[in-house]
Design a protein around this ligand. Sequence first.
Ligand code: ADP
Ligand code: MG
Length: 329
Amino acid sequence: CVGSTKTDRIGTSLLENIQTQIRTEPFEDIYRVTPNRELGRGKFAVVRRCTEKSTGTVYAAKFVRKRRKGQDCRVEVLREMAVLELTNPNPRIINLHQVYETPTEMILVLEYAAGGEIFDQCVAEGDEAFTHQEVKPLMRQILEGVDFLHRNNIVHLDLKPQNILLTSVRPLGDIKIVDFGLSRRLCQNHELREIMGTPEYVAPEILNYEPISTATDMWSIGVLAYVMLTGTSPFLGDDKQGTFLNISQINIDYTEGELQDLPASAINFIQSLLIKEPKCRATAEECLRHHWLRTDVPQKTDDAQKTGDAQKTDKDFTSDFCQQPRSSL
Ligand code: ADP
Ligand code: MG
């Protein structure tokens, strides 16, 4: 609820166009909340499984507090709702079904992603963990969703494994991007700075109070790819300050044990994103064309390249990008 709410022209233009009806009838009249099935919880929200009585369809209801730290933050929830409305046609982004309001809360009734967070597989060991071959199609889907957001000048600003859900785990389903609580719409003549996501995933420009752009999300995609492939967080320090120092110095070791078994193209993909200069990072569209994720590139060639080749490939790849500066939106 910092100064970016009512005075934020970007947010306001989004808010003015909200179409979704905000219902005030008792939520419990329309939905049955599944007892003891809390799906997740954040600082200001709790997500519960529920069933629409008239249809029997299962949804995830996100109960969001309107007052936070003594301030009225209803507009923040409206912004989340407006972004969800705008992204509704995209299958990679969670669908918003209905919205309810009580004196203290807003309730966002969302499509239910039964497979839960990809976080569980990221931290799992053995058979439960993602294989490299599983990560590729999931990463493609994440990028398709992010590409859609960026084409619509929306930045998510909190991309991390806890906010990427699955429709099912076995068999491995499709991904759904959730949690647009920090997301913003970018505007050409209005600079956006200082929206703090989750320490391990924030880009250097956030720490330096420099302008936010779609590239800010692409940094998080780089961290996400690293975590999905290795199960470890590349910049995690002993404490928050240590993590921030690792990020600002891009203190990352590409020769780490977990990376050794990956094809060079996967490492090159990560390296094309974890670059300090936002304009030099690959865009979502470019990532979708990256040879690691291309389905038409024979896997033999791809897997034959090992880490040793990665540095060379990376230089070619990134310098190419930096010769064609991206629009910073
Ligand atoms: P917060 O802003 O508090 O982080 P999120 O929107 O990320 O709220 O929701 C918190 C958690 O609830 C998610 O990390 C996920 O585990 C669960 N969750 C959120 N939306 C859904 C959904 N549509 N289906 C299933 N689980 C969900
Ligand atoms: Mg979240």
